[in-house]
Design a protein around this ligand. Sequence first.
Ligand SMILES: [Zn+2]
Length: 429
Amino acid sequence: MVSPEKTWVFWLDDLEVNLVRHLGKYFAGAFSLLLVGCLFDSAPPDPISPGANGGDYRLFPNDLGKADSAAKYFAQGVILPGHPGASYSLSFVAGEGSIPNLRLYRLIPKGDQYMYTTDQLIEGKLSEGQWRYDFNANFSSQIDWLTILEQKGKRYETPLTNLHFAGWGSNSSHISLNLWITGKYVPPAGGETPQELAKLILAGYRTAYGPAGITVDTVYLQYASSHRLSGKSFPDSLPIVAEDIESRFDSLGNGLAHPYSEALDLVLIFGFQEEGMLGLSPLFGKNLEAGEAGVVLLSTHRSSAGLQDFTAVGSEVMVATAVHETGHFFGLRHTTVTQRDMMASGDFSAEEDGIGDTPWCPGLAYLVGTRDIPVSSKFLSRKFIAGLAAYQCPDAENPMFPYSTDVIMGAFTEGQGAILAKNLSIFPH
Ligand SMILES: [Zn+2]
């Protein structure tokens, strides 16, 4: 349907520039945009362009959290991640009239711009009162789609009910980790060496992920300063302090050979600029192999008064944080959604993760006060909050409780384990 020699290239009007600015929430970099339209071999109906809210919201597979905004603006363009070879099914309660078609635009990064072109036009089917769309990602690397619903040549504007995006793949249930030591290594509170820390992390992952049917094979200890391509960004003399998941961290995935290329990159840094922050991860990572949003960050120290005062973190807190961040990487939300999470997603409908067997803490925002409010970030973090009375929260021991507390971390629930296992199967590795 799309033939490169017939491609239109045009600059965006105001509305489309809007789209790009919103996409900036999810993709690092500055945005001006070039779009590539699609020319059909056998004309009508014309494809419908992304709407004013196109690119504002995102869905990821097997998420059960409420996503009212994505449901409202789905036909204008919601971002869906696609992993090579994975299968997907989108469903929602059937509405009035004929079954709309689902158009999936493929978003193509080009420098600091994004283009879109039609990837697939999918006919829906009626199944038990739901309209359902089945599709696959037929690409060699991870991509992002933008959704449009078209009913008889018009955008299907009705807000969707019970919108669910399911995904599954056939990749291994085994996974390994690269533990990257970056810059000057300053040990955690217990004085552990990198080797000792790697062993503790491996044991912690096996305890947490084993019951979900995920086998953590091993941890490869890696030194960023020796990285063939990115080593110079991480001199051994300098403790690394991070603001975000910067591109230098993602670059550690480049140029690795099997089996390191397929291991999850867990990047150990000295600390974060943000007060109390212990770890950082994308919510649903993009790549285990090289690429954007393909790492989890973990610090040995936390900042308590700006950059003046860093405190060493206990290794048990680090292990719990690593398990927690990796849960985000494979698509788990916090058991109790925080203000910060809402700011990051732009959706204020979900107060909890939507998983039936995880408790949540309606009073958490009150307990935490305003300290967590509005830092807008596309990543989820875990912070140490002094004096947080975690015992008042029934989910305090869950690995996906949003804060580090003195409650000993318990196990993932069955519901969480099922999501982790399904999502791991989507990632080529
Ligand atoms: Zn978190």
